[in-house]
Design a protein around this ligand. Structure first.
Ligand code: ZN
Length: 570
């Protein structure tokens, strides 16, 4: 039995994510986790909310809530939606957990002991009225480029120019509106990544079969310009993990917190500790410490391409720099972007479908199937309502749903709701079994490599084989002259439904469960031996005709949704 540690990039806390976010990490990670479990492997699948940083503080202020309370509520919301999409995390943690506080402070302490952290003095905008330093996003003023009066400290939304807060004309605090801002000296910690460039590069060179998208981004950061830069890992903020050297105070760093990008990946480890502390597991170290049993673990990370530098360089720098035997990632699966109907998803303009809205209009399986079968792997992909409608109606309703419906209804009308006995099968049936075997082996090969689209294509092809067989064998015609043979054909076809339910489970878990329930079986074992799997339901086994597994999306619905999610609502 192989052991798979699987993590999805952790979604930021400030709001509900759109379908592009979902297919960029959580959903393909869930597909892979479900598949590995279905193959009988041991899996630990972790995700969490990323809760620190300025955007969380700003979102909480906008909601009129203390930031800790806001984060706790949004964690619940994201957790419920994840359940709605059947994301099968073993634990959905929080980067603000006590476990992550302790571990982040531990890593910082060890890195400092090993001479990999240096202190840097810099100047930053300070607001005496607010009694605090202001991050760039907390400062607004007039854009020096276009004269726009509400330009942010990091960028002007009107002319898109990247800005430094000192460039703003008449800068003011977003918190209080105070204008008596001044530049003050402040001290920050930097992780000496430049010292680790060679170590990181040779580690990346040992990683086998990484996607080009992943390694090209990593190599660019390692070698472009002046090469890998040291990185600030602290901020002057209230909300976050206090800067400490292990358990000890860090002189000169009082009142500062670690930068969100330092503590967020460490949450992958802390999340396993939370999983144990929540009583769901009993040993996190055998997943994460190579001196405590994790040397045989295969660790796969899923993420959007914008997160690749942090996972190929920054987090490995933390782990390698510690000199401690932590498990490093074996395979990074990164994704391009999903666009929406001729443009981009936009949170601020309400453009596109967000996770909560998606579940309000259709069950999870419809979305899971479309998103995974169109995952933006080799290039960006685009969601269009026409494509969604056609994919759902053809693949799910006409192919898979129709097969299950025709076979069970025909059986009920001619033989009753029981697997018919008697008769024998011939060459066409042998051909079906051989074709299904070949297709399932192909599917397994793609799934093992987390090739999402190719897996979907192989699965769809397996569904099509059943329909083609039904057309050729035409048991409804056979029945008129040779009911015994028709019985054998239908017995096989009922078993094919069970086979489909088992192999489709990673993509469409609800439909899979519904079909197994209708077939009154809990045999969901993987078809390592396809011919044997196709005799799982014996003659005389009772079943019921399943309710409609997938319904079709109408043209009216499609037009209605297209208008509803076009954006500009406020
Ligand atoms: Zn401007």
């Amino acid at each position: 039995m192989a052991r798979h540690l699987i993590t999805s990039a952790i979604p930021y806390i400030n709001g509900i994510k759109h379908l592009g976010n979902l297919v960029g990490s959580q959903l393909p990670a869930d597909l892979f986790a479900r598949y590995q479990r279905a193959r009988g492997n041991e899996v630990l699948f972790l995700c969490a909310t990323d809760e620190h940083g300025t955007p969380a503080e700003l979102a909480a202020a906008k909601a009129g809530k203390p930031v800790a309370e806001y984060c706790a509520e949004m964690h619940e919301v994201q957790s419920r939606i994840a359940e709605g999409f059947r994301l099968s995390f073993d634990h959905f943690g929080r980067s603000s957990s006590p476990q992550n506080h302790k571990l982040t402070q531990h890593f910082a302490g060890v890195l400092a002991e090993r001479g990999l952290i240096r202190e840097v003095s810099e100047t930053q905008m300070y607001s005496p009225t607010d009694g605090r330093y202001l991050p760039d996003r907390y400062i607004e003023g007039t854009c020096p480029n276009c004269g726009f009066e509400d330009a942010r400290g990091d960028q002007c939304d009107n002319c898109t120019k990247q800005l430094d807060p000192v460039e703003l004309i008449n800068p003011r605090s977003v918190i209080s509106g105070a204008t008596d801002l001044e530049m003050r000296e402040t001290k920050h910690l930097y992780l000496c990544q430049s010292q680790m460039k060679d170590q990181l590069e040779s580690w990346i060179d040992t990683r086998e079969g990484w996607p080009v998208l992943t390694t090209s981004i990593a190599k660019k950061w390692l070698n472009d310009g002046d090469g890998l830069q040291d990185r600030g890992i602290t901020r002057d903020l209230d909300w976050g993990i206090p800067v400490k050297k292990g358990d000890e105070d860090w002189p000169g760093m009082e009142g500062k917190v670690f930068y969100v990008w330092f503590d967020a990946p460490i949450e992958y480890i802390a999340c396993a500790q939370e999983w144990v502390d929540a009583g769901k597991g009993d040993d996190w170290a055998r997943w994460w410490r190579t001196d405590k049993g994790a040397e045989d673990v295969t660790y796969t990370q899923f993420m959007g391409k914008d997160n690749v530098p942090f996972h190929t360089l920054s987090f490995p720098a933390t782990i390698l720099g510690s000199g401690e035997p932590w498990k490093l990632v074996d395979y990074i699966k990164s994704f391009n972007y999903l666009n929406y109907d001729g443009g981009q998803f936009s949170t601020s303009r309400g453009r596109g479908v967000f996770m909560d809205q998606a579940l309000e209009i259709l069950p999870a399986d419809y979305w899971r199937w479309w998103l995974l079968s169109h995952a933006p792997e080799s290039s960006d992909a685009e969601f269009t309502w026409e494509n969604f409608q056609s994919s759902v109606n053809k693949d799910l309703a006409d192919v898979l749903g129709n097969f299950a419906s025709r076979v069970t209804k025909f059986c009920r009308s001619k033989f009753g709701e029981v697997v018919p006995e008697g008769g024998s099968t011939g060459e066409r049936e042998a051909q079906l079994v051989a074709d299904l075997t070949a297709k399932i082996r192909e599917y397994e090969e793609h799934m093992a490599h987390a090739e999402v689209r190719k897996s979907a294509t192989a699965l769809r092809a397996a569904w099509v084989l059943g329909n083609e067989y039904l057309q050729d064998a035409a048991p409804w015609s056979t029945f008129k002259t040779d009911p015994e043979t028709a019985a054998a054909q239908i017995r096989l076809a009922l078993n094919v439904i069970r086979l489909y339910a088992v192999i489709s489970q990673p993509f469409i878990p609800d439909a899979s469960a519904q079909l197994l329930e209708a077939l009154k079986t809990d045999d969901d074992s993987w078809p390592d031996d396809v011919p044997a799997a196709l005799t799982s339901l014996p003659a005389g086994h009772a079943f019921t005709v399943p309710d409609v597994t997938f319904r079709k999306i109408t043209d009216d619905e499609r037009e209605d949704w297209q208008a509803r999610f076009a954006g500009k609502r406020d």
